[in-house]
Design a protein around this ligand. Structure first.
Ligand SMILES: Cc1cc2nc3c(=O)[nH]c(=O)nc-3n(C[C@H](O)[C@H](O)[C@H](O)COP(=O)(O)OP(=O)(O)OC[C@H]3O[C@@H](n4cnc5c(N)ncnc54)[C@H](O)[C@@H]3O)c2cc1C
Length: 314
């Protein structure tokens, strides 16, 4: 069994287990679950070709709709869930349409796009404690959601289901600048019938298709700094509040791009400096060297550390 990240780097796990609710506990007894990696669709994970890991994929494609609550099994494709929610006249996930990956991974980094984070509509997350092998539910507050982070990044849990509390009235959230500009420029009358397609078109302007050009979407998190911190005028500020500023990592990388030493043909995407692409099958080491070059160059220029968004298994 060979696994491939959407970044185009493949590896062979020591053990690969597919588990369901029925055989979960029995199958997991054969490995050290505290060291195992839970797999989704590998669009936000990159593995060293030679890493030694036991990998587990949990299969649950069940979906239930109860009033305004949708509860979805972890292995359902995320975009399929968004389409199902709108087809059921339930709203709140639309701005997250077309994000690659699985339902089970959506709480891990609290996926977000166009002014919407998934945590805003999560009711509870059902998971298995990888130490005790007990299944339990965490409420939204217990998940410690923040910008691109959650309690699940501790890797102590396997997410089995995610439950969403949605709205029955369609109120499009068009506050995000690039989305509202696209809608205005193209004179689109946004409705429940065209919102998903519109989000897809806006995304395609900036993000490459993983089937055509290997990538993991945004490669670095937008750094959050104290609101009092002085910021170089070349850095775009995405959001500002009394306590923090969220800085555009893309603006920092864009500013230093001529100084970067990217290896193995790795490139910044022509339409978005935050997206690394791998058109020439760079190796894992070439990727690590490229990441170091970007982090060091940005730090030397601006004094701001960058953090990768994909999980890197060295
Ligand atoms: C072109 C492109 C565009 C993207 N756009 C966005 C965007 O707009 N917004 C955004 O937030 N992200 C975006 N991403 C990142 C990615 O789509 C999300 O992080 C997505 O949730 C990853 O899903 P996955 O199933 O592929 O996760 P994987 O890469 O398989 O896993 C990611 C992490 O979650 C863990 N995990 C996966 N499933 C489970 C489970 N059931 N239980 C416990 N742990 C689990 C894995 O161990 C790993 O640590 C983009 C990626 C690409 C390639």
């Amino acid at each position: 069994m060979t696994l491939r990240s959407s970044f185009g780097i493949s590896f062979k796990p020591n053990n690969y287990l597919e588990v369901t609710t029925a055989d979960l506990k029995q199958k997991l007894q054969s490995i050290d679950t505290t060291k195992a990696v839970i797999l989704g669709e590998n669009t936000n994970s990159i593995f060293n070709e030679f890493v030694e890991l036991d990998c587990v994929r949990y299969i649950d494609n069940e979906l239930s709709v109860d009033g305004s609550t949708i509860t979805a099994g972890a292995s359902i494709n995320w975009h399929e869930l968004v389409k199902i929610s709108v087809n059921n006249n339930l709203y709140g996930l639309e701005n997250l349409a077309h994000i690659p990956g699985s339902v089970g991974a959506s709480p891990i980094q609290n996926i977000g796009a166009y002014g919407q984070d998934v945590s805003q509509v999560i009711k509870f997350v059902e998971c298995l404690d990888l130490e005790s092998l007990e299944i339990f539910q965490l409420t939204k507050n217990e998940c410690n959601f923040c910008y691109r982070s959650s309690i699940f990044q501790s890797r102590k849990y396997l997410i089995t289901k995610v439950s969403f509390e949605l709205e029955s009235i369609f109120k499009p959230n068009l506050n995000y600048k690039s989305l509202s500009e696209y809608v205005a420029k193209n004179s689109i009358n946004i409705s429940k019938d065209n919102i998903i397609e519109t989000i897809g078109r806006v995304r395609a302007l900036r993000l490459p298709d993983i089937k055509v050009l290997p990538n993991c979407g945004s490669f670095f998190k937008n750094p959050i700094v104290d609101s009092n911190q002085d910021i170089d005028s070349n850095i775009d500020i995405i959001e500002i509040s009394e306590s923090f500023k969220k800085l555009s990592a893309a603006s920092m990388i864009g500013h230093v791009k001529n100084k970067l030493k990217l290896q193995g043909g790795i490139e910044l995407h022509k339409n978005h400096d935050l997206v690394l692409t791998n058109p020439k099958n760079a190796s894992f080491n070439e990727l690590l060297e490229s990441i170091e070059s970007i982090k060091n160059t940005v730090f030397n220029e601006f004094g701001i550390p960058l953090q990768t968004e994909p999980i890197i298994y060295k």
